[in-house]
Design a protein around this ligand. Structure first.
Ligand code: HSE
Length: 297
């Protein structure tokens, strides 16, 4: 009894939607094999070179499964093998993917006894192992696919899966370190009302743009007026990379999750490739190594 899950990278925040909007990519992804085990509890093995902890309580997939097991029949056991295709710390939901893949695989082996919403709830405990915060903006799109809104986390989790039009995503990952915990420390604790108004106007516009496949509305609604200005100094070249991406035809974009990756949404694959090259030149000029991913959502 074993299942193999492809658990995708995701873009959290998606510009203006800090901690609430997210989008699943088709690549990169983690490969998570979950097998039934005669031994109750969870065993984790990593088949990659990242040297991540394999103690279930300290592993994102383990943390998620330990919570799931509290709701499963007594004596249930799972063995999990993870091959990470998503580089940890890159800003495209690496920990969320492993946690999501583990609970989706376990649920399949349990005859799908849990709803996707419950799986998001369990996987958030895995995500918390890595980031210390229970947020679902990477987990929700990793489990539901596509574009999601996390309308509420507490007291009740409320995930709203939303339709998305065809889009090509460019992700440029500069090889610098930005820890999510550090990127959350720089955030303002209060926001002037006029800035908050602009932000929720954009969130509404972005959701409407996705639902009506209005690419221009998507483009003019992506900007984040609250979080990204505070985080911009953590990513050298960000402002120039954005300028070059827009000049190359991107609809818009910003920091992916808490960074350091930067994403741009595009209508065509050709534009997405050109946008990746244009942003890459900015990081190259600063002497920063980078990787570029281009793919459809
Ligand atoms: N919404 C989160 C943040 C995503 O921006 O801090 C990071 O995992």
């Amino acid at each position: 009894d074993s299942v193999l899950v492809h658990a995708p990278a995701t873009i959290a925040n998606l510009g203006c939607g800090f901690d609430v909007l997210g989008l699943a990519l088709t690549a990169p992804y983690d490969v998570v094999r979950v097998s039934r085990s005669a031994t109750p509890g969870v065993q984790i093995r990593h088949l990659d070179h990242y040297k991540l902890p394999t103690d279930p309580a300290r592993n994102v997939a383990g943390g998620a499964l330990l919570t799931l097991l509290r709701h499963a029949p007594a004596g249930t056991g799972f063995a999990v093998e993870i091959t990470k295709g998503i580089m940890p710390g890159s800003g495209v939901g690496s920990s969320a993917a492993s946690a999501a893949g583990a609970v989706v695989g376990a649920n399949a082996l349990l005859g799908n006894m849990f709803t996707p919403m419950q799986l998001v709830d369990f996987a958030m405990d895995g995500e918390a192992v890595a980031s210390g915060a229970r947020h679902a903006d990477n987990i929700a799109p990793a489990i539901y696919g596509g574009f999601t809104l996390v309308r509420s986390v507490a007291p009740t989790l409320d995930v709203v899966p939303l339709a998305a039009p065809p889009l090509w995503v460019t992700v440029v990952h500069p090889q610098i370190e930005v820890k999510t915990a550090d990127a959350r420390k720089v955030l303002p604790t209060s926001v002037p009302l006029n800035r908050a108004v602009r932000q929720w106007a954009n969130v509404g516009g972005l959701v409407a743009g996705f639902l009506t496949a209005d690419y221009e509305l998507i483009g003019r609604s992506l900007e984040d007026y609250i979080v990204e200005p505070a985080r911009q100094p953590l990513i050298p070249g960000l402002a120039e990379a954005r300028r070059q991406a827009l000049a190359a035809g991107a609809l818009g974009g910003g920091i992916s999750g808490s960074g350091p990756s930067v994403f741009m949404l595009n209508v065509t694959e050709v534009t997405a490739q050109e946008v990746g090259a244009a942003m890459g030149r900015v990081f190259a000029a600063l002497g920063i190594d980078f990787r570029v991913y281009v793919g459809p959502i």
